[in-house]
Design a binder for this molecule. Sequence first.
Ligand code: NDP
Ligand code: GDR
Length: 356
Amino acid sequence: MAERVALITGVTGQDGAYLADYLLSLGYVVHGIKRRSSSFNTARVDHLYQDPHVGKVPFLMHYGDMTDSTNLIRLIQQIRPTEIYNLAAQSHVAVSFESPEYTANADAIGVLRLLEAVRILGMERHTRFYQASTSELYGLVQEIPQKETTAFYPRSPYGVAKLYGYWITVNYREAYGMFASNGILFNHESPIRGETFVTRKITRAVARIEVGLEDALYLGNLEAKRDWGHARDYVAGMHLILQADKPDDFVLATGEMHSVREMVELAFAQVGRRIEWRGVGVEETGLDARSGKTVVRIDPTYFRPTEVDLLVGDASKARTKLGWKPKRSFVQLVQEMMASDLAEAKRDADNGSHFL
Ligand code: NDP
Ligand code: GDR
């Protein structure tokens, strides 16, 4: 079999790290693009690193940025990937309201830069392209559950930027015959999820409250509902999307929906605590039923100017055409995240990190 060479943008992120690991296990040579940072930013992939001085290694990283076309063209020319997974993005919805122009640059025009690089280099027939599209495209509810044919109505600068990314991927497929596909992925989480996304924020805070490093967890909208899966299942789906007979767009989702409130209750239940809710609106608090202490509070700064109230996906197309289905349940996901964050919180408590 010819050598399979993958290029992953956003390799230092949650999905990039799991995807790199997965593709290496399948025998790929994996190249990743990382951003220059003033401190180390490769913690999620450090275990995959091997010293290139000792000989040919299957995992290599290169400096780059989605806002720098010349860098992307040069890297693609050097690497000549057979598959590109475009996972790099300013991926935080709330942050996109603070930095809308940068989000558009990286998340919308960045996709165009990559597709154009492939075209400029005449690699349209050589390279398959995966775009990390998102359930945030659905935004304001039009239909439940959401599927490939559901109308888009994004509700944030992030969602709008990703809408461009979705359509430019479709356009390059239709205009230039590129194997370019969108994965419309619903929320997926893991122990290495970024600490400011709500699931990880919850499991991390519950663990730190449990070991005495923090007193309370501050949240925004408790009523938001999401279809939360496990990132490991979803990166396998990304790979399947690029192995299909023809390029196409696929929803990956569990089909199950939970609220932020349920997520909070489940995380606290993992450490044997039951939450009693008191008050309404921004005055609402969550009490630890045993101790009577307030462990959850509302902070209005976490509410978004426009919210996505509920997302739940129908992944029948991926199941039928790709044979994909998620293996891990929501409860298993929360248990795994809590176990990992508890271990980390205990380490921090032992090291006295709350004094740093
Ligand atoms: P993360 O935020 O964990 O990772 C994003 C990655 O993109 C990081 O490696 C980050 O680098 C990199 N990045 C950000 N901006 C740039 C830039 N300008 N140039 C180069 N690299 C950049 O996201 P996830 O792993 O969770 O998500 C992966 C992709 O999938 C994203 O595009 C996201 O929008 C999308 N998505 C995610 C879903 C989810 O639930 N996780 C659901 C649907 C879509 P650094 O580490 O330096 O910050
Ligand atoms: P989301 O994920 O916006 O769905 O985007 P996030 O975990 O940030 O929010 C989910 C829901 O929880 C509500 N919420 C809070 N969110 C955060 N981050 N912090 C809080 O304190 C808080 N309180 C309540 C939010 O309002 C929201 O309704 C993620 C990202 O990974 C995107 O990149 C991806 O495209 C989508 O999932 C699918």
